[in-house]
Design a protein around this ligand. Structure first.
Ligand code: PRX
Length: 657
């Protein structure tokens, strides 16, 4: 985020109080109710979470222990209780609402498919039996690389039903990324599709899985199950590959859930960190599901007639918590969408809200900004009157985009919940509650009850209002990650650093609090970028670049971008002479393609600049601050006398190479 944006956010004085009628009907009704919940958590932290865990979840065996801190920071919640996530999402609704629509799925081409809770349960059971027939069992890891579809929810739920641990990889990631994750997780099977359809185009998925498996070292994978989405061409490896429809066709329609401990891993989801290798964030069953259900009720004020729509892909944590698990855990009807917001035109989201009568709509600021750009008045052409709550996630929203969302989409009637959270937190931690919190554009406002957030300086002392600092969470909470898969040391070092005596969870974000205690997120404090709400590690992109045989050295930084929040800028030293003019342009394209192939198109640098060297201190350290200034186009005002090679700055300032 730019200094200017931080400045404008800190000067933001507008407040939008919730409407009295809304407050009256809200699940958390008014500031007094919110404060009472916060006080309850302060008074009896374990009792508070135990109460919610009993109210929100159906247990096979109730827990007697709540929070175990004896092996901090490897916390355990509700450990001696047993339950099943898929039972909580499906079976427990069968008696009360079997014929309620669980998912309204709209495909890229506009075809709509609806599935009831009864039918979803039946299909999850058949899939679970199918997985069992492949000898997949409790604790096995299953990699899922599928498009947005009813089938991907069935696949995730079926894993949960048999106690297998899913690891979903976003369909936009490359074969290389799939390969890396298969090996790290030790996946026994891969569930994929022939192709995915986005914006009228077919994008192969099975081919990428074939490529990943051909890279070697994937002997752990015994089975590949393929959902036929498009009917496009696929290569086949007999014995290893099978069609999903064949696998499930003769399976029994019921499948007893595998009761697992509350702490049994529900899933692993890889996310970028500050080193080259993505981290497998491991979540538990009960704590995760509790927070998913609770925030559906608190943040989204879930009511049984709601039609909930979270636009996130299941490949991200938002799609785990607020597509696959949260809405089903509370028995909601939700919309799922295969395509992109701009196809066939930029009215797609608004048309879908109208046609499916969405009441809660949750999306990313980048999507909002791009839709403003492509058609700021388009929402006026649709009937959006059923909407009652709007939400944002994944990145800071600038007050201008917030105001547009509020006025043009929500017609100044709908509270906006700007939800701050992370892959690691499992669900919302800091967010307005729609029937409680006066809204301030650009601020994620206040922590949820039971979330002990703070902003501290390097010594761990709380900072005064109006000052920036490091965002921390001071007590463990049920939906936090439990570890990094296969790397407990990394978990400890990355999230519970020594500076704070290993006591505070370090979110990796800078933040500021105003005089009302409202939080504003100021962006990452580590080497992680946030591009279009997606996390990218600068080191990960650097490793990809230097893996190219033409590249000698690379440094990657972010710069502010009006649309995507941040953009990736790479500074590259080639093994050959520094290219100029057309040669430089061709080299830029070649390296962009390379990064797409290595990681995925989302990591592609927007800009690549070439130098004969990188600005380094005499001890050889790359001066990233200077690179950030160059990327932003700022004048370099700081002292460069410690630089080994000051002349290099001039070369790097010239974007043509
Ligand atoms: O920097 C914060 C930003 O996204 C990061 C988490 O990214 P990820 O794990 O991919 O999860 C995204 C979806 C939950 C955070 O460290 N971030 C997330 N939500 C917000 C945000 N920044 C500002 N405002 C938000 N509401």
């Amino acid at each position: 985020m730019s200094d200017q944006t931080i400045e404008s956010l800190s000067q933001e004085k507008r407040l939008f109080a919730p409407d009295a009628q809304f407050v009256k009907q809200a699940n958390v009704s008014g500031m007094v109710a919110y404060q009472a919940l916060c006080a309850e958590a302060q008074r009896d932290y374990s009792g508070f979470w135990a109460r919610h865990a009993r109210e929100q979840l159906t247990w096979q065996n109730p827990f007697t222990r709540v929070l175990d801190e004896s092996n901090a920071p490897f916390f355990k919640w509700f450990e001696d209780g047993t339950l099943n996530a898929s039972y909580n999402c499906l079976d427990r609704h069968l008696a009360t609402q079997p014929d309620k629509i669980a998912i309204i799925f709209e495909a890229d081409d506009g075809t709509v498919t609806r599935i009831t809770y009864r039918e979803l349960h039946r299909r999850v059971c058949m899939m679970a039996n199918g997985l069992k027939s492949l000898a997949i069992k409790k604790g096995d890891r299953v990699l899922i690389y599928m498009p947005m579809s009813i089938e991907v929810v069935i696949a995730m739920q079926a894993c949960a039903r048999i106690g297998a641990i899913h690891s979903v990889v976003f369909g936009g990631f490359s074969a290389k990324s799939v390969h890396e994750r298969i090996i790290d997780a030790g996946a026994v099977a891969v569930l994929t599709a022939d192709e995915q359809m986005r914006g009228g185009k077919a994008i192969p998925l099975k081919t990428a899985v074939d490529e990943a498996l051909a890279l070697g070292g994937c002997e752990c994978v015994k089975q590949v199950v393929v959902y036929r989405r498009s009917g496009g061409p696929v290569q086949w490896s007999d014995g290893r590959d099978r069609w999903l429809h064949d696998l499930v066709s003769n399976q029994p329609e019921t499948c007893a859930p595998e009761w697992v401990s509350a702490e049994h891993p529900l899933f692993i989801l890889y996310t970028s960190g500050s080193t080259g290798k993505p981290k497998g964030v491991q979540h538990s069953t009960a704590g995760f599901l509790l927070h998913a259900a609770l925030t559906m009720r608190w943040t989204f004020d879930y009511k049984k007639h709601d039609v909930f729509w979270c636009t996130a892909d299941v490949g991200w944590v938002t799609g785990h918590t607020y597509v696959c698990y949260g809405p089903l855990a509370v028995g909601a009807t939700q919309i799922m969408f295969e395509g992109v917001p701009t196809y066939p035109d930029a009215g797609r989201f608004w048309r879908m809200i109208q046609d499916h009568q969405a009441t809660v709509f949750y999306t990313a600021p980048t999507a909002i900004r791009s839709l403003i750009k492509l058609g700021a008045t388009l929402p006026n052409n649709y009937d959006l009157s059923r909407l009652r709550i709007l939400g944002t996630v994944g990145e800071p929203i600038n007050p201008e985009a917030w105001m547009w969302y509020y006025e043009t989409v929500g017609k100044s009637r709908c509270p906006i919940v700007d939800t701050w959270w992370q892959t690691e937190t499992g669900g919302h931690l800091i967010t307005p509650l729609p029937g409680v919190t006066p809204l301030k554009p650009g601020s994620c406002t206040l922590p949820l009850p039971g979330i002990m957030a703070d902003i501290v300086d390097e010594t761990g002392q709380s900072v005064e209002p109006g000052k920036g600092g490091i965002l921390v969470i001071k007590r463990p909470w049920p939906s936090m990650l439990r570890t990094i898969w296969g790397n407990p040391e990394r978990y400890k070092n990355a999230y519970f650093p020594e500076e704070f005596q290993g006591k505070y969870y370090l979110a990796g974000d800078g933040a500021m609090r105003d005089e009302n205690g409202y939080y504003t997120i100021m962006g990452r404090i580590d080497d992680v970028l946030n591009v279009a709400g997606h996390r990218l590690g600068t080191m990960e992109i650097e490793s990809a670049l230097v893996a190219n045989k033409l590249v000698a050295e690379a440094a990657v930084v972010g710069r502010p971008d009006d649309l995507t929040g941040e953009a990736v800028v790479a500074f590259v030293v080639l093994k050959q002479t520094r290219p100029m003019g057309e040669d430089a342009k061709a080299m830029v394209r070649q390296l962009q393609e390379w990064v797409s192939h290595e990681i995925g198109p989302i990591a592609k640098p927007k800009e690549i600049r070439f130098g004969e060297n990188l600005p380094k201190t005499r001890s050889g350290k790359i001066m990233r601050r200077l690179l950030r200034d160059i990327a932003k186009g700022n004048e370099i005002t700081q002292d460069v006398s410690t630089l080994e090679n000051p002349a290099i700055l001039q070369q790097l300032k010239d974007p043509q190479g």
